[in-house]
Design a protein around this ligand. Structure first.
Ligand code: AMP
Length: 983
C-alpha cells in the first residue's frame, strides 16, 4: 500500500514539468476557485481524516509549489473516502462549471489488486448559504457525475516519466443558494487531484454597431439566451434599439438594431470621432465626414454643415453636400417683335448661371403713359409669365397704340438672397393699330314667322371706338355664298322678311378705325309658324352635334364596359389557369442535386437570388437552427411591398464545408415553386452573416403549433392541413425529390393555417436530425417516421416519404402526440416489423385511419401515391359525412391492414390490468389502478378521463394513450366469440 502511494507521488513529480502556476483564463470565464493559485495549504476536509485523501505539495515547472490531493487504497475493499472543499461563494452565477485535472492509475497494471482497484471517482455538491458548515452528511450531497479517466498511467509510464494528465469539466446545474461545497468520493481508485478550478461563464463586454453591451452572466439553462440592451457609445445616438443575446456558452449572438454617430462625428475603429476643420457630417445616417463643398468652409471641429463664402448662398432645398451658388447675371440680347397688340420677346441666356441648374426667367410688363404702371391681368403670356425655361415669351392682348416696357429677369434658387438690377434686361416699345377682337356670343330675343331679333356683347378688345357691327346670315339649307348683310351701330338688330319655319345661320363682326375684326362663330336660329314672338336662344350647331355625339359615346362606353367586363372575367380565368399550368409544368421538371455541381456555389447562383443585406431588417430571434439562429424580420426589395421573412443565419467561424452545406438548402428550396412548399426569397452570400431568406410562417412548426392548440380544430380543418402537405409532397415527388425527413416538426404553418413542407438541408439527413438515430449501417434516421425498408437498407423513395406522410397524418389527428409514445426506437422497429401499426387517434375518422394504414403497407408498391392521397382527401373534404364515423365506433379494421399488435395479443387473452399496463408501457400506474378498485380489464374499459385525473394520472398524453388502448381493447373484445361487451 505504502509502495503504491509512493508510485503516485513519483508520477506527480515527473508530471510537474507540464504544470505552471501562471494561469490565464478565457475572457468569458470568471473563476470562483482555483486550487493552483491558493498559497499555502488548501486544508480541505477529508473523511476519514487518516488513510483517505491526503494533501501533497508538488512543484510546477517554475518550481512554485502546487497543492494536490491523492488517495490510493486500491488493495482494500469497500473504500469510501470523501474530500470536500471549502464553501465556495456563488456570486452572480446561475450555472457553475468544475474543471478537474487528475491522474489515475490503470488497474490492469496492478493485477494483484484487480478485485478492489477502481478507475473512477464521484463528484458531488451541496448548496448552502453558510460558510463553514461543520459536518455535512453524505446524503446531503447531490451527485454531479461519476468521473472516469480518458488516460490512466501504468508502471511503465512512471519509468518513462510520461505525463498522463486528464482534464474533465462538469457543470453543476442551476444554483440558487449563496454558495456551495464540492466533494470528491473515492471508492478505491489510485488518484491524484492535480487541480480543481470552479468557474462560471459570462459574455464579456462588447461593442457592436456602436452599441456597448456590458459583461453579462449567462442564463441558467444550457439553451437560454439572455437578452441584453446595449447603450450607444459616446457621441452616437440610437437608430434602432440595440439588442444582443448572451448565449449559454458565454458568446454573444446576432446583434439587432444599432447606433449611429451623431452629425459632426464619424465612425472610426468602433468609436465616433469628431469631423476635422474643413470637414462636416450633416446626418447620423450619412457616411463619413466630408470635405466642405466648393465655395464653403467650416471653422470648428464637429461641424454639421459648412458656411457659404461671401456672395454665395444655399437654397432651403439644397443638400449640404452641394456647392454654394450665386444668382445669375442678366439675360443678353433681348429683342422684341411687335404685331399689332402682341409682342414676341426673345433673348440669350446670361453669361453667369451662378453654378446651378435651376435657371429660369420672369417677365415684368409695365404700361407707360406719363408714368409707368404694372400691366393688369388682362394681358396674356404664352407659355407663362414666371419661371420660363426657354428664352422667349409672347405677350398678347396689349392695348393698341400704347407704350410698354418689358423686363426679363434671370433667376435661380438663390436669387432671393441678393436680387439686383444686374440680373435683368429690359426693352421699351409701342404697340400698333389693331382691329377689334371677335364678338364672343350672339343671342335671339324674339322669334316670329318672319323676324328674328338678335343682340350681342361688345368684343373683349375693341382696340378703339367701334363704328359699326356687320351681321351676315343665310338659310341653313342654302349655300353660304348666298348670304345677306345687315349693318348697325348698336349691339342689336331685327332681321326681317324671313321664311317661316326655316333655320338661318348668323355671324357678326365689329369695325373700328383700324378696320373690321374677325367674324364670330356661327349661330343658328329658326323662324316660327306662329305670328306671335317666341323667346329663343341661339344654339350652336356644334352643341347639337355634341349632344348627339354624347349619346352615341355613352352608348359606346356602356357597350365597351360590357365587353371589357366579359373579357376580364375571361382573363382572370386565364390567369388562374396559367397558375395551375405553372404547377403542372413542373411535372417533368426534375430536381437537381446541388452536390452534383463541381462548384456547389454555382448551384446557389443558379437557383437562389442574391439579396442586398441592406434590404433586410432583422427583428428578433425565433429559433436555433443547425448552423445558427433563425430570426424573423422584414425584406424590402425595390419596387416590391415590404414583407415579413424568416432569416436563417450562418454563425461566425464556419468552415467552407459548413457554408456549402448551409447554402445547399437554398439551392434545393430555390428549385421549388408551390403553395405548399416553403418559398425561398433569396440569399445573402456577399457579406456576413451569410443568410437564407424565406417566407415567414407566423405559426412556426406544425408539431408545436398543434400541441399548443390541442382539440381546437374541426376535423375538416385538420384534413385541410393534411391535404396541403400531401399536395406539396406530390409536387416534390413529381420532381423526383425524396424528402427523407417528412415529419410534423418539418412542416411550417402560416397565419391562414396553410401548411408548407420545409427543411431541405442536405446535412440534416445524416447529421442534424433531432430525432435521428444512428443505424447499424451508419447515418442518422428518424426511426419513428421512417419506412422499414429505409431503416433496413436505406431504400429512400417517394414511397418511403408516403410512409412518413402517414405518420404526419397521425401526428395531425392526435394534435402533436409523439408517434409510438415513449416506446424505445428498438421497440418501435420490432413492433412495426411484427406488424403493429399505430391505432387511430381519439376522434379520428375511420376513413383517415384507413388511409394512414394504407401508407404503412409493408410492401412499398402497395402504398398509395401522393396524387392518390390528394384525390382521396379531396373526396373526403367534399363529402364530410364520410368523416363522421370515428374510431370510437369503428369495428375492427381490415385484417390485412391491422396486423396483431402487442395490444391485440394482450386483449385477445384478456390478461390482468397489470399485464395490460405493461404492454402499453405504463406499468408505473399499476398501484393507481389497484387502489381505485380496478381489478380486471372488463372494469377498466369503462374508465373516463376525469377518473384518471382523480386517480393521480395527470399526464394528458398518458391519459390519451390509455383511452386509445381501451378503444382497441373494445374493438378486440367485440370480435372474441361468445363475449359481449357493453360499448
Ligand atoms: P430549422 O433550422 O429549419 O429547423 O429552423 C429552426 C426553427 O426556426 C423552426 O423549428 C421554426 O420554429 C423556425 N423557423 C424556420 N423557418 C421558419 C419560417 N420560414 N417561418 C417561421 N419560423 C421558421
Amino acid at each position: 500500500m505504502a509502495g503504491i502511494v509512493c508510485v503516485v507521488t513519483t508520477v506527480l513529480f515527473g508530471m510537474s514539468q507540464g504544470l505552471s502556476t501562471a494561469r490565464t483564463y478565457p475572457p468569458n470565464q470568471v473563476t470562483l476557485l482555483d486550487s493552483r493559485s491558493v498559497q499555502g495549504e488548501l486544508a480541505w476536509v477529508a473523511s476519514p481524516t487518516e488513510g483517505g485523501w491526503e494533501e501533497v505539495s508538488i512543484m510546477d515547472d517554475k518550481n512554485v509549489p502546487i497543492r494536490t490531493y491523492q488517495v490510493c487504497n486500491v488493495m482494500e475493499p469497500n473504500q469510501n473516502n470523501w474530500l470536500r472543499t471549502h464553501w465556495i461563494r456563488r456570486r452572480e452565477a446561475q450555472r457553475v462549471f468544475v474543471e478537474i485535472k487528475f491522474t489515475l492509475r490503470d488497474c490492469n497494471s496492478l493485477p494483484w489488486v484487480s478485485a478492489t482497484c477502481k478507475e473512477t471517482f464521484n463528484l458531488f455538491y451541496h448548496e448552502s448559504d453558510v460558510d463553514g458548515e461543520r459536518s455535512i452528511r453524505e446524503s446531503q450531497f447531490a451527485k454531479i457525475d461519476t468521473v472516469a479517466a480518458d488516460e490512466s498511467f501504468t508502471q511503465m509510464d512512471i519509468g518513462d516519466r510520461i505525463m498522463k494528465l486528464n482534464t474533465e469539466t462538469r457543470d453543476v446545474g442551476v444554483l440558487t443558494r449563496k454558495g456551495f461545497y464540492l466533494a470528491f468520493q473515492d471508492v478505491g481508485a489510485c488518484i491524484a487531484l492535480v487541480s480543481v478550478r470552479v468557474f462560471y461563464k459570462k459574455c464579456p463586454l462588447a461593442v457592436r454597431n456602436l452599441a456597448q453591451f456590458p459583461d453579462t452572466v449567462t442564463g441558467a439553462d444550457t439553451s437560454s439566451l439572455v437578452e441584453v440592451r446595449g447603450s450607444c457609445v459616446n457621441n452616437s445616438e440610437e437608430y434602432e434599439i440595440p439588442k444582443m443575446y448572451c448565449g449559454a456558452d458565454g458568446g454573444w449572438l446576432v446583434p439587432i438594431g444599432s447606433c449611429l454617430c451623431k452629425p459632426g462625428y464619424e465612425e472610426r475603429n468602433g468609436e465616433c470621432q469628431v469631423c476635422k476643420i474643413g470637414y462636416y457630417r450633416s446626418l447620423a445616417s450619412a457616411g463619413g465626414c466630408s470635405k466642405c463643398p466648393e465655395h464653403s468652409y467650416s471653422v470648428r471641429e464637429g461641424s454639421t454643415s459648412c458656411s457659404c463664402d461671401k456672395g454665395f448662398y444655399r437654397s432651403e432645398t439644397d443638400p449640404p453636400a452641394m456647392a454654394c451658388t450665386r444668382p445669375p447675371s442678366a439675360p443678353l440680347n433681348l429683342i422684341s417683335n411687335v404685331n399689332e397688340t402682341s409682342v414676341l420677346l426673345e433673348w440669350s441666356p446670361p453669361l453667369i448661371s451662378g453654378g446651378r441648374q435651376d435657371l429660369a426667367y420672369n417677365v415684368v410688363c409695365k404700361r407707360c403713359g406719363w408714368e409707368c404702371e404694372l400691366c393688369g391681368d388682362s394681358v396674356r403670356y404664352s407659355p407663362q409669365r414666371l419661371s420660363l425655361r426657354s428664352p422667349r415669351v409672347s405677350v398678347h392682348q396689349l392695348q393698341a397704340h400704347t407704350n410698354y416696357t418689358f423686363e426679363i429677369w434671370a433667376v435661380n434658387g438663390v436669387s432671393k438672397h441678393n436680387p439686383g438690377p444686374e440680373q435683368a434686361v429690359s426693352v421699351t416699345l409701342t404697340t400698333n393699330q389693331a382691329a377689334p377682337s371677335v364678338v364672343p356670343s350672339l343671342q335671339c330675343k324674339d322669334i316670329t314667322r318672319h323676324t328674328l331679333s338678335l343682340f350681342w356683347p361688345e368684343p373683349q378688345n375693341p382696340n378703339g371706338v367701334i363704328l359699326e357691327y356687320e351681321v351676315k346670315y343665310y338659310e341653313k339649307e342654302q349655300s353660304e355664298r348666298s348670304y345677306r348683310i345687315v349693318k348697325t351701330a348698336s349691339r342689336s338688330v331685327d332681321i326681317k322678311d324671313l321664311t317661316p319655319l326655316t333655320s338661318y345661320v348668323f355671324h357678326v363682326r365689329a369695325r373700328t378705325a383700324a378696320g373690321y375684326g374677325e367674324f364670330s362663330a356661327s349661330y343658328e336660329f329658326m323662324t316660327n309658324s306662329m305670328p306671335s314672338p317666341v323667346m329663343g336662344e341661339g344654339v350652336k350647331s356644334t352643341v347639337l352635334l355634341a349632344s348627339i355625339l354624347g349619346s352615341v359615346v355613352l352608348l359606346l362606353i356602356l357597350t365597351g364596359a360590357f365587353i371589357i367586363s366579359k373579357r376580364r372575367g375571361k382573363y382572370s380565368k386565364a390567369k388562374q389557369d396559367s397558375e395551375e399550368e405553372k404547377h403542372l409544368q413542373s411535372v417533368g421538371k426534375v430536381y437537381v442535386d446541388p452536390f452534383t455541381y463541381e462548384d456547389p456555389n454555382q448551384a446557389v447562383r443558379e437557383f437562389a437570388k442574391e439579396i442586398d443585406a441592406s434590404c433586410i431588417k432583422i427583428e428578433k430571434v425565433i429559433g436555433i437552427g443547425e448552423f445558427g439562429e433563425v430570426c424573423s424580420g422584414r425584406l424590402r426589395l425595390s419596387g416590391k411591398r415590404e414583407q415579413c421573412v424568416a432569416i436563417k443565419t450562418l454563425k461566425a467561424g464556419f468552415t467552407e464545408e459548413q457554408r456549402r452545406d448551409f447554402l445547399s438548402e437554398a439551392s434545393v428550396m430555390g428549385q421549388f415553386d408551390h403553395p405548399n412548399i416553403i418559398h425561398l426569397e433569396g440569399v445573402v452570400t456577399k457579406c456576413k452573416p451569410v443568410m437564407i431568406v424565406s417566407e415567414y410562417m407566423e405559426n412556426g412548426s406544425l408539431d408545436a403549433f398543434l400541441r399548443k392548440n390541442d382539440g381546437r380544430f374541426t376535423v375538416i380543418q385538420l384534413v385541410g392541413m393534411q391535404r396541403g402537405i400531401a399536395s406539396g409532397m406530390k409536387y416534390l415527388s413529381d420532381m423526383s425529390y425524396v424528402h427523407r425527413d417528412l415529419a410534423a416538426r418539418n412542416i411550417l404553418v402560416n397565419s391562414n393555417l396553410v401548411c408548407k413542407v420545409s427543411d431541405f438541408g442536405m446535412s440534416r439527413v445524416l447529421e442534424d436530425e433531432p430525432e435521428g438515430t444512428y443505424t447499424t449501417r451508419g447515418g442518422k434516421i428518424p426511426i419513428r417516421w421512417t419506412a422499414p425498408e429505409a431503416i433496413a437498407y436505406r431504400k429512400f423513395t417517394s414511397a418511403s416519404d408516403v410512409w412518413s406522410y402517414g405518420i404526419v397524418m397521425w401526428e395531425v389527428m392526435s394534435y402533436g402526440e409523439r408517434p409510438y409514445w415513449d416506446m424505445s426506437n428498438q421497440d418501435v422497429i420490432k413492433a412495426v416489423e411484427e406488424g403493429y401499426r399505430l391505432p387511430g387517434p381519439m376522434e379520428c375518422p375511420v376513413s383517415l385511419h384507413q388511409l394512414m394504414l394504407d401508407c404503412w403497407q409493408r410492401e412499398r408498391a402497395d402504398r398509395p401515391k401522393f396524387s392518390q392521397i390528394v384525390n382521396m382527401l379531396d373526396k373526403l373534404i367534399r363529402h364530410p359525412a364520410t368523416l363522421k364515423r370515428t374510431s370510437r365506433e369503428t369495428s375492427r379494421p381490415h385484417a390485412s391492414t391491422l396486423s396483431p399488435s402487442p395490444l391485440n395479443v394482450c386483449t385477445a387473452s384478456l390478461g390482468s390490468v397489470e399485464e395490460w399496463l405493461k404492454t402499453v408501457g405504463l406499468e408505473r400506474y399499476r398501484d393507481n389502478f389497484t387502489n381505485a378498485g380496478f381489478q380486471n380489464l372488463e372494469n377498466v374499459v369503462h374508465i373516463k378521463q376525469e377518473e384518471m385525473t382523480k386517480m393521480g394520472i395527470s399526464s394528458s398524453s398518458h391519459q390519451r394513450k390509455i383511452l386509445a388502448s381501451i378503444r382497441e381493447l373494445l374493438s378486440e373484445m367485440q370480435h372474441v366469440p361468445g363475449r359481449t361487451v357493453p360499448v
